[in-house]
Ligand binder design. Structure first.
Ligand SMILES: [Zn+2]
Length: 516
């Protein structure tokens, strides 16, 4: 019986891998509703609207009445937890301290994993992994040196809400009572105190008082409410009950799984997203009224790279490349091995334990496989990036006379081809091609797990170790390539523009909407 509950729990948690509130807004005339749609890209929106125009009325309405940006850049590694952390703090992983879906906690000698797969949880320990996901992520791991958008709005006296977000730290205390299934499977029975925005909703794990008496689709077989359907019902109930806070951030998780299975762009999968958006717009008197009362921000958290059909070819196996080193299997202390791998599916951190292992050797071994995209490490204050297709590395560090399109200054040296950088000698400017914001991405990731090296795969392949899912013939993310990091941003209901948008810039942009 226990096994049955564990399987159900898995089904709920790993959708990604197969297996007093309505106060008038005092500082802005409009409310902001922000919905993050997993794996939604510009290509997906464009293809959907072009091919099957009549099937996407809500998306079409928001696009035609808004500004569309096809090159919203996600942070690296392009995994939901690090992306949501960047979204709510406005900082990169080196500042918010969530290096990825999986990372190596050097101090406590633990692999932290917020939900790669059932197998990963089983091997790392259900109780520990659930504590990491349900409590530690927001309350311990997310750096207290950063402030979240929910905390800043609270300080300005503006109410906010989060629906089905993994990251939601705010200043209002909530007591999460884990559903019975958690107790049956892990023995965790204590209530979990956590700080969130005024309205916090997380499937059947936590329902805010504003929705306490509502009928919501949060049965276990409906993924315990961690679904687009639940998110939509929660939003519409808040609107209809006059409980909508001035800022509401919500997550639609379902497109992720569909795109992993079918590969990008998965037009058919977007159809239900449009149905949900129609329901939300319908909650107002009319769609026009919805945009008169609200700024709608609809965006993707990352893209996905298409994977090759052949499973063995799709798997860039780190156990083969690093066969001469002992890698402790999950369940053993990671530091009992020679190196530690923290896998983020299309990229991985490799952390040397044995003192005699040279960073240079780890990089060279990684580059022996032509399916490798980029390998990077920091040495003597310089970040060095290598490609198996380019003889010389690119070296760069923060500060200097070169400025990229995001206004960041750099000193660069060596081969620009490694990252496909384009420069203008006259203007001393840097433009990105295949690897958007790559200098900042690599710098921040390497500083979020110091002394590690990073390896990332070319599109088509997954960086495999121990329990990494392989969706050959489908899609995957976590890498540095534009296929992984570019998503779409649609802003409707305001003319306020955002230049060269990145997810790291959205917090300031949203706060500015409340300044007017
Ligand atoms: Zn995913």
């Amino acid at each position: 019986m226990r096994k049955f509950y564990i399987l159900l729990l898995c089904f709920v948690l790993f959708g990604c891998q197969q297996s007093e509130s309505n106060q008038p807004n005092t500082t802005s005339s409009k409310n902001v509703i922000m919905i993050m749609v997993d794996s939604m890209t510009g290509e997906l929106i464009q293809t959907s609207l072009e091919e099957e125009r009549e099937k996407f009325p809500a998306l079409r309405y928001l696009v035609e009445n808004g500004n569309v940006y096809n090159d919203l850049v996600a942070p690296f590694p392009s995994m939901s937890v690090s992306i949501e952390s960047t979204l709510i703090t406005g900082e990169m992983p080196n500042k918010h301290s969530i290096p990825g879906l999986t990372w190596y906690d050097v101090k406590n000698d633990r692999i932290i994993d917020y939900g790669t797969s059932f197998e990963t949880y089983r091997k790392l320990g259900f109780k520990e992994s659930l504590e990491d996901s349900l409590y530690n992520l927001n309350n311990v791991h997310l750096s207290k040196e950063t402030t979240t958008i929910f905390e800043e709005l609270h300080d300005r006296g503006i109410k906010s809400g989060a629906i089905n977000l993994l990251l939601y730290r705010g200043k209002t205390e909530h007591e999460i009572e884990p559903p019975a299934i958690i107790y049956w499977t892990t023995g965790i029975r204590e209530k979990i105190k956590t700080n969130g925005p005024d309205i916090l909703s997380f499937g059947s794990f936590y329902r805010p008082k504003e929705l306490q008496t509502e009928l919501l689709p949060d049965a276990l077989l409906l993924k315990a409410g961690l679904s687009d359907y639940y998110t939509t019902e929660a939003i519409t109930k808040l609107i209809k009950n006059n409980e909508q806070p001035p800022f509401l951030l919500a997550f639609f998780p379902d497109m992720d799984k569909r795109t992993h299975r079918n590969g990008p762009p998965y037009v058919h999968g977007l159809k239900t997203v449009d149905d949900h958006l129609q329901r939300i717009l319908d909650a107002y008197g009319s769609w026009e009224e919805a945009l008169e009362q609200n700024i709608f921000i609809l965006f993707g958290d990352h893209g996905q790279a298409s994977l090759v059909e052949n499973e063995e070819r799709a798997k860039l196996n780190l156990h083969d490349l690093y066969a001469e080193y002992y890698i402790a299997p999950f369940g053993e202390k990671p530091a009992s091995g020679d190196i530690v791998i923290a896998n983020n599916h299309r990229s991985a951190y490799i952390y040397p334990i044995r003192k005699d292992i040279q960073i240079k050797d780890l990089v060279e071994k990684g580059l022996q496989d032509p399916r490798m995209g980029i390998a990077a490490a920091e040495q003597n204050g310089w970040v060095e990036a290598w490609s198996p297709d380019v003889d010389q590395p690119l070296r760069f560090k923060k500060g200097g006379e070169w400025e990229d399109i995001y206004g960041q200054k750099w000193t660069i040296d060596g081969s620009l081809d490694v990252l496909g950088l384009k420069t203008s000698q006259e203007e001393k400017s840097i433009h990105y091609t295949d690897y958007p914001d790559a200098l900042n991405q690599l710098y921040s990731a390497l500083h979020s797990l110091p002394n590690s090296i990073i390896v990332t795969a070319k599109p088509g392949f997954v960086v495999f170790s121990e329990t990494t899912p392989v969706h050959n013939g489908g899609g995957e993310h976590g890498g540095l390539h534009r296929d992984d990091t570019l998503a779409v941003l649609i802003v409707s209901g305001t003319d306020k523009k955002i230049e060269n948008p990145r997810i790291v810039d959205l917090k300031d942009y949203i706060l500015s909407l409340f300044d007017e």
